[in-house]
Design a protein. Structure first.
Length: 219
């Protein structure tokens, strides 16, 4: 639990650096905003399917690294000066999330039929695990550090008409494993979350705060 003194120090720190979120995820944007940060957005266009790892923890870290490299390449192409000695540091946050069901890694469903199978046959009345990474790169110093967290989501039985509405809405095609906890159609059928909701949504607040401190070398 963070003390009042710790919160005050973090509030002061927020005015001493710039922040870039390297993600197109609306959930990650909302989480970072809720944390009190102002930031710009630069998406990382990478071929995620070309990066494969056997363990979910290794995969989400490798994808976060690749996203960071892609954003940095874009910044360099724009000739942005990020390492000037008299400029405040710029921190880049990249992240990735996968769902694990029965030991199988799941990323975004490839089509509606696959999304429907994920929700109806697997999650409904059961549960899925989420593994999410966060990587923070100090673009001024080159320092980079990351980590991952996991959580489990348990569901009640989800009625077929709710599943059909989710699929037709198209939202399940844009999230890891077709699982969007915060969607108003999904939320009433969530039994419990073991871990943190923000980890499930794609950006662990606790991990992000720690990595920002590390990148700024703040105790």
């Amino acid at each position: 639990m963070e003390t009042k003194g710790g919160r005050r120090r973090m509030s002061l720190l927020k005015s001493t650096f710039k922040l870039i979120l390297g993600s197109s995820s609306m959930a990650r944007r909302q989480i970072l905003s809720d944390m009190g940060y102002e930031f710009s957005i630069m998406t990382a266009d990478i071929d995620e399917k070309s990066i494969r790892k056997e363990k979910p923890e290794e995969l989400v870290m490798a994808l976060a690294e690749a996203k960071a490299d892609a954003v940095i390449s874009r910044l360099q192409a724009r000739h942005e000066e990020l390492s000037e000695s008299n400029s405040p540091p710029t921190l880049l946050i990249t992240a990735d999330t996968v769902v694990v069901y029965n030991g199988v890694i799941r990323e975004k469903p490839s089509n509606k039929d696959e999304a429907r199978k994920f929700v109806r046959a697997d999650y409904s009345g059961s549960h899925g695990s989420v593994v999410g990474s966060v990587l923070v790169t100090n673009l001024k110093t080159g320092y980079r550090n990351g980590g991952w967290e996991s959580a489990e989501v348990y569901f009640y039985e989800i009625p077929d008409h709710i599943i059909d509405s989710l699929i037709e809405d198209g939202v399940t095609l844009n999230v890891a494993g077709g699982l969007m906890l915060e969607h108003p159609l999904t939320l009433p059928f969530v039994d419990s979350v073991v871990g943190t909701v923000d980890c499930v949504m794609g950006l662990s607040k606790r991990l992000t705060e720690r990595l920002i401190r590390d990148a700024l070398q703040v105790p």
